[in-house]
Design a protein around this ligand. Sequence first.
Ligand SMILES: [Mg+2]
Length: 387
Amino acid sequence: MVLKIILIEVDLKFGFLEHLPCFEVICLNFAVNKAEVMFENKGESRTSLSEYGEFGLIDHLTENFKITQETTIKGIGDDAAVLDFKGEKVVVTTDMLVEGVHFDLSYMPLKHLGYKAVMVNLSDVYAMNAIPHQITVSFAVSNRFPVEALEELYAGIELAAALYKVDVVGGDTSSSTSGLIISVTALGSANGEEIVYRDGAGVNDLLVVTGDLGAAYMGLQVLEREKEVFKVNPQSQPDLDPYTYLIERQLKPEARKDIPPLFRALGVQPTSMIDISDGLSSETIHICKRSKKGVYLYEEKIPLDPAVISVCEEFQLDSTTIALSGGEDYELLFTIAQTDYEKIKGNPNFTVIGHIAEESEGMHLITRANQKIPLIARGWNAMREND
Ligand SMILES: [Mg+2]
C-alpha cells in the first residue's frame, strides 16, 4: 500500500540542491514497506548485497569518487588515507545517524539521507571557523537493503562532496541486524588564530545567529502528520506546497559553508561559536557554560521565517519555543566583541539576538512582554520524548 504525496525533489544532474527555486515537483511515496520508499525509480530490479563482498561493495559505491583537494595525498585504496595540511591546524568531527532515532525512511529518501549525513558533519567543521577538506563514510546495513539502495545513499554523499568540495577518503561497512546506521567523519583545517572554540565568549559580547530558526522542526512535524494521515487514509493526497521551505530544511539541510569565508572577508573573528543542531537554547547554554558566562537573549530578535510563524499557528505551537528547542537548523551561533558590530551591521546573514553577561547574572530569555525568564535547555530529543 503506497501513498503518493507531492514533495520537492530534483534532478541530480542539474545540481538541484544548489538552486532552491528550481525544484521540479515529483511524487515521493510513503509506504508501509519501507524498501519501496527509498528509491526514486520504483520497480527496477534489485541486487542483493551478497553479490558483492565488503570490499567489492565499497569499490562499487566509490568508483566515481575523485580526489580534488590538494590536502589529500592518498584517498581510498590503501590501509589509510594520507593527508597533508601544510602547517595548518586540523579539526576532526564525527556524527552518527541511526534509523528510527535520527531518521525515518518512510519519508526520508536515501539520497537526501546521504546528503544530510555529510551536512551534519560539515556544519561542525564550519562551527570551528574551519574549512572541511575530507570525509570518511561508514555504514552498517541489513540485507533488506539491496545494492541499489546504497547507490542512492552514495549519490547523496557524492553530490554533497562535490558541492562542498570535500574528498571521500575512506570508511567502513558492516552488516546490521535491523536498520541502517551511517557515520561520517569530517576533517578540516584553519590556521591556529582563526579557529573558534565554544569557550571564548566575553562579557558584553554580542550573541549573533545566521539564517532563521525552527523551520527544520516544523518540516518534521508536517511529515509526521502526513505519515499519520496516511495510516488512517491511504488514499489521501496532501498538498505540501505551502510547506516546501520547511520540508526542505528538514530533508535537505545546507551547512553554512559561506560563513567562515565571510568572516575573513569582513575581518570578523568570533570569540566563540557553535552550530545549531539541538536548538537555540541548548547551544546558547553550551557557549555560556564553556565560557563561564551568563546571557540575555531577546525573544523579539529571534529570526523566524514567515512559513514557520504560520505553520506554528496551524499546529498551535509557540514559534519561540520551536526556535529555542526545535533543532536541526544547522545555522551558526556565535559571539563577537561589540567593536566588531559595525562590520556585521545590516548584513542579511546575521541577526544579533542578545548579549553575554557575567556568569553570576545567569542565563535569561527576555520575552516580548519584557519578562525575564530562565533559559532552559530543551532540545530536539527531549521534545520528541514529550510529543
Ligand atoms: Mg555541533
